[in-house]
Design a protein around this ligand. Structure first.
Ligand code: TXA
Ligand code: MG
Length: 336
C-alpha cells in the first residue's frame, strides 16, 4: 500500500468520509499527538489499526467525536461529576473512561473486550473539522509504531507507518506534545489512568479534593489503562536519568562522544560548550513545562534518526504541573 500525504486544506470531505466507510486508516492531527483514525463502528478497520501499529490486542482505543450528542447513547454521561469535567475540559486533551450503554454501535475490537469505553472531544481545529464534516466516530490511538514515542509531527507518522496506512493528513505540529489525560470515571473517586496536560490540581479544582486521585506508582506498576503496562514511548537509545547537579553531570559525561546526547536547557547554554557529546534543549528552563512537553517526543525521535546510543537527562523535580512529563520520562527511560 502506498501512503498518501494529503494537505489538510486539500481535503475533499465526501471522499474522506468514503475512505472511512471503506475501512481506511487515516492519520490526523490533534492538539496532543497525531492519531491513527478509523471508523470505530467498523471491526475490519479497527483490526487494521492494531496491525499497522503492531499494537497488543488487549490495549483498547479512544473514540473521538465532534458533538456530545454522538455519544449520549453509547456511554453513560448522566453523572454530575462527569458533567463538570465535560463543561470544563471539552473540547480538549481529556479522555474519559465511561460505562458503555449500548455495545452494538462501537466495534468490540475498540474496547478490547472491556465494559467501558474511553471517549475524547479534541480541540484541535483540524481534528474538529474532520470529525464535523465526516460525521464518523473515530477510534484513534497515537499514530506511532507501538512502543515508539508518540508522533507530534506528520513526518513522525510517515517515518513509522509509511506503506502501512492509507492517508496522512499534513497539518501543524501538535501544540501539547504529550497524550491526553485519561480519567477513569467508572468509580468514585475518579482516578487518573494516564497523566496529561490537564493535571491532578486542575481536576481537584473542579471535582474537589476528594473527587479525584492519582496514584503515580499504580500507573506504572498496576495500571488501569492497559497501555501503561507496556514499555513505551522509548527511543532506540538508552535514556538515563541522572540524579546529579549540573557540574557533577558534566564531569560524568566529559568523555562521551557524538553518539551521546545530553538533554538540557537553554539557560545553561554557556556551560555546555566545548564537549564532544551532543546537546539538545528541552526548553529555555525546566519550569517552562509547556515547552518541555511539546519538545520531548521530538527530541527522542531526533536521537533515533541520528543513531544516538545513549541519552542523558538530569532528574526533574516533581511539581504541580509536570506529572505527565515525569511519567513519560520514566516510561521512556531504560530503568525497568
Ligand atoms: O491524546 C491522546 O489520547 C491520543 C490522541 C490521538 O487522541 N490518543 C492516544 O491513544 O494516546 P492511545 O491508544 O495511544 O492511548 C490510549 C490509552 C491507552 O493507554 C489505553 O490502554 C487507555 O488509553 N484506554 C483506552 N480505553 C480504555 C478503557 N476502556 N479502559 C482503560 N484504559 C483505556
Ligand atoms: Mg499510544
Amino acid at each position: 500500500m502506498i501512503t498518501k500525504l494529503l494537505d489538510f486544506f486539500d481535503i475533499d470531505y465526501k471522499k474522506l468520509k468514503k475512505c472511512y466507510k471503506d475501512g481506511q486508516l487515516v492519520a490526523i492531527p490533534t492538539e496532543t499527538v497525531y492519531g491513527l483514525s478509523a471508523d470505530a463502528t467498523n471491526t475490519y478497520a479497527v483490526k487494521k489499526i492494531y496491525e499497522a501499529k503492531g499494537r497488543p490486542s488487549d490495549n483498547p482505543l479512544i473514540v473521538h467525536f465532534y458533538d456530545i450528542k454522538q455519544i449520549r447513547n453509547i456511554v453513560d454521561v448522566e453523572n454530575e461529576n462527569v458533567q463538570k469535567l465535560i463543561d470544563n475540559f471539552w473540547p480538549g486533551p481529556m479522555s474519559l473512561i465511561l460505562n458503555i450503554k449500548n455495545k452494538s454501535i462501537i466495534s468490540n475490537k475498540v474496547t478490547a473486550g472491556l465494559n467501558s469505553l474511553a471517549v475524547r472531544m479534541p480541540s484541535n481545529k483540524f481534528a474538529r473539522e474532520i470529525l464535523k464534516q465526516t460525521e464518523v466516530l473515530l477510534a484513534a490511538p497515537s499514530a506511532n509504531t507501538s512502543g515508539k514515542p508518540s508522533p507530534t509531527k506528520f513526518s513522525h507518522v510517515y517515518n513509522d507507518l509509511k506503506d502501512k496506512i492509507d492517508i496522512i493528513i499534513k497539518a501543524d505540529d501538535s501544540d501539547i506534545g504529550l497524550e491526553s489525560t485519561v480519567i477513569d470515571c467508572t468509580k468514585y473517586p475518579f482516578e487518573i489512568a494516564r497523566p496529561g496536560d490537564i493535571t491532578l490540581k486542575n481536576l481537584k479544582k473542579i471535582l474537589g479534593e476528594e473527587g479525584i486521585i492519582y496514584r503515580k506508582n499504580r500507573v506504572i506498576k498496576n495500571p488501569i489503562a492497559p497501555g501503561m503496562k507496556y514499555r513505551h514511548y522509548s527511543p532506540n537509545a538508552e535514556l538515563i536519568i541522572l540524579d546529579k547537579t549540573l557540574d557533577e553531570t558534566l564531569f560524568f559525561l566529559k568523555n562521551k562522544k557524538s553518539d551521546t546526547v545530553f538533554i538540557s536547557y537553554k539557560k545553561y547554554e554557556n556551560k555546555l560548550k566545548n564537549y564532544d557529546f551532543k546537546i539538545k534543549f528541552l526548553a529555555a528552563d525546566e519550569d517552562n513545562i509547556e515547552e518541555c512537553n511539546r519538545n520531548f517526543y521530538n527530541i527522542l525521535r531526533e536521537c533515533d534518526l541520528e543513531n544516538i546510543k545513549e541519552i542523558y537527562i538530569m532528574k526533574i523535580k516533581e511539581n504541580d504541573v509536570n506529572e505527565a512529563l515525569l511519567n513519560r520520562l520514566e516510561k521512556a527511560s531504560s530503568k525497568k
